[in-house]
Design a protein around this ligand. Structure first.
Ligand code: ADP
Ligand code: ADP
Length: 235
């Protein structure tokens, strides 16, 4: 089954000063449940637009974009909320709240879910455990390394038990060794929890290290798609 499927998706930004800009043009893409799918492209290729469309943060004009079989453009406010709960996101700059402890950060998405305070704390502690930071629950983001902060962001992204994790340049601000350990963590979470992982990146090495499939996007178009093994085997 498809986790995410796109057929003829397009997105044009209108601007009075700069005219129309095509960010996505006729995108066809199938991401299967259980994939670790890489979407690679240069800056400005359309990767972030694609992610925002998948999460319903941006509208698309043409075509069909289904997440878990549901057409994103038809979702109401409640549907969008559920879509985002079941689709965890991590970013380049971690986006943690500096005034909250790690535990407090991971608890945030559990607010208004009907859990008691105690259940939220237990769940957040469990999630910190999952990413190897249980000892640092009472620390603050500013006391951590970049790699540790990204682990916290991953824990927070998993709080509502998503079945899809979207990573938008999540290792771009990290050094090569830290990148390796974060990618190893993502692969481990994929294997243990059965989540589908979508990795947006401009770094070929990232895709090579953990993805099973990839799509190359250039100027809003998919120019190459397939198994990582086959794509890299090409002369
Ligand atoms: P990437 O994430 O691959 O760097 P983006 O999705 O951010 O690419 O951008 C794709 C194209 O759409 C670029 O030409 C960019 O300038 C344009 N674009 C992105 N967001 C907007 C916006 N909010 N308004 C107008 N143009 C945008
Ligand atoms: P167990 O080892 O107890 O059978 P799992 O291996 O499925 O459980 O999960 C290990 C931990 O990850 C548990 O704490 C569980 O609550 C949590 N977990 C399971 N699935 C997800 C998910 N999709 N997102 C976040 N956490 C999850």
């Amino acid at each position: 089954p498809a986790a995410i499927s796109m057929s003829h998706v397009s997105k044009i930004y209108h601007s009075d000063e700069e005219g129309d800009r095509t960010a996505l043009a006729d995108i066809n893409l199938d991401i299967a449940v259980g994939d670790i799918f890489g979407i690679i492209g240069l800056s400005g290729a359309g990767k972030s637009t694609l992610v925002r469309c998948i999460n319903g943060l941006e509208t698309y004009q043409g075509g069909s974009l289904r997440v878990r079989g549901q057409e994103v453009s038809t979702l109401d406010a409640k549907g969008l909320r559920q879509l985002r709960q079941r689709t965890g996101m991590i970013f380049q700059h971690f986006n943690l709240m500096p005034s909250r402890t790690l535990l407090g950060n991971v608890e945030l998405p559990l607010a208004n879910t009907g859990m008691t305070r105690r259940q939220r704390t237990e769940r957040a502690q469990e999630l910190l455990d999952l990413v190897g930071l249980s000892q640092l629950a009472q620390s603050y983001p500013g006391e951590l390394s970049g790699g540790q902060q990204q682990r916290v962001a991953i824990a927070r992204a998993l709080a509502n038990r998503p079945d899809i994790l979207l990573s938008d340049e999540a290792t771009s601000a990290l050094d090569p060794n830290t990148t390796k350990s974060i990618l190893a963590l993502l692969r481990d979470l994929h294997d243990r929890l059965g989540i589908t992982v979508v990795l947006i990146t401009h770094e070929m090495a990232v895709v090579r290290q953990i993805c099973n499939r990839l799509a190359v996007i250039d100027q809003g178009r998919i120019v190459e798609e397939g198994r990582v093994f086959d794509v890299f085997a090409k002369p």
